[in-house]
Design a protein around this ligand. Structure first.
Ligand code: PDD
Length: 279
């Protein structure tokens, strides 16, 4: 694979980042994952808008202008013949002597990108649905910033695996915040789509934004409010969204079957129209 590191494209085995990089020592960095379908980037400008917001919240410098970042993304797709999968981009505060204080302003941010080939369109889970368990949300309180501190979500996903299911839904004050790496939704008995509102409690998903727009365009009632685990268990449908999973149905929560245990109609339809629009 060809990767990009601080201004150069090189084989992944030759890419080097300093051990003093603050991403490595402090998780002092942010990232984006952009989906690629038929060699095309999905909602690139949305991901860049969120990146700028994450950078600003952490007083991190922008590593390059959007057109330059777009060109790097496109070149990586081409160099790796990427047809379907993801591009990962990470910006950290760069290398500086270890100190809790941010280094001087002239420290150069590190910029790293790589591709991951994956089947996004034909996912078995789209037909079978995902099973999830709930875990307490023990992350920090600024989940709206897409930082590289992913240890707790990683532990949550390991816990899900240990319990024999696909993913974990994180819970705070009795309500679901989000999945380990995706936004969470339910459809209630009356057919209303419910998902958490945008604030510091969750990541402002780029796929979430697109899917809520598609839902509204399809005439679905949408309510942005927290929902409890109990509500989720008696919901007609449940699903998740992310750049790498698009829309995937959830058919079981903590051992309770959702609906009839098969992927819901609304989740399935939203997945189809999301993919149609991305193509
Ligand atoms: N994760 N919530 C969390 C905690 C996430 O990590 C993600 C994305 C999302 C969905 O956001 P978007 O629709 O913009 O992908 C929600 C990415 C895919 C990842 O870490 O791999």
């Amino acid at each position: 694979r060809t990767v990009y590191v601080n201004g150069v494209f090189c084989p992944e085995t030759e890419a080097v980042v300093s051990i003093f990089d603050r991403g490595f020592l402090f998780a002092d960095g942010v990232y984006e994952v952009t989906g690629v379908l038929d060699g095309k980037l999905i909602d690139f400008s949305g991901h860049m808008a969120r990146l700028r917001r994450s950078l600003a919240e952490l007083e991190l410098r922008e590593p390059a202008q959007e057109d330059k970042l777009l060109s790097i993304h496109r070149q990586l797709v081409e160099k790796n013949d990427l047809v379907e999968g993801m591009i990962y981009m990470q910006v950290t505060r760069g290398a500086a002597d270890r100190d809790f204080l941010f280094p001087a302003d002239d420290t150069k941010p590190s910029l790293v990108l790589f591709t991951q080939s994956a089947s996004l369109r034909d996912k078995p889970a789209a037909k079978t649905g995902l099973r999830v368990v709930t875990v307490p949300d023990l992350r920090w309180a600024r989940r709206d910033i897409k930082t590289v501190q992913l240890l707790y979500p990683s532990m949550a996903k390991m816990e899900a695996k240990r319990r024999g299911v696909d993913d974990a839904w994180m819970v705070e004050d009795g309500c679901v915040t989000e999945g380990s790496s995706n936004n969470a939704y339910i459809v209630d008995a009356g057919g209303t789509l419910i998902t958490r509102p945008l604030n510091h409690a969750i990541l402002h998903g780029i796929t979430r934004k697109a899917v809520l727009r598609l839902a509204a365009e399809s005439g679905l009632a949408v309510e942005e409010r927290p929902f409890t685990v109990e509500e989720a268990k008696v919901a007609r449908e449940a699903f998740i969204t992310s750049a790498s999973s698009f829309v995937l149905p959830v058919v079981e929560i903590d051992g309770t079957t959702i609906g009839d245990g098969r992927p819901g109609e609304i989740a399935t339809r939203l997945r189809e129209i999301y993919i149609d629009e991305a193509l």
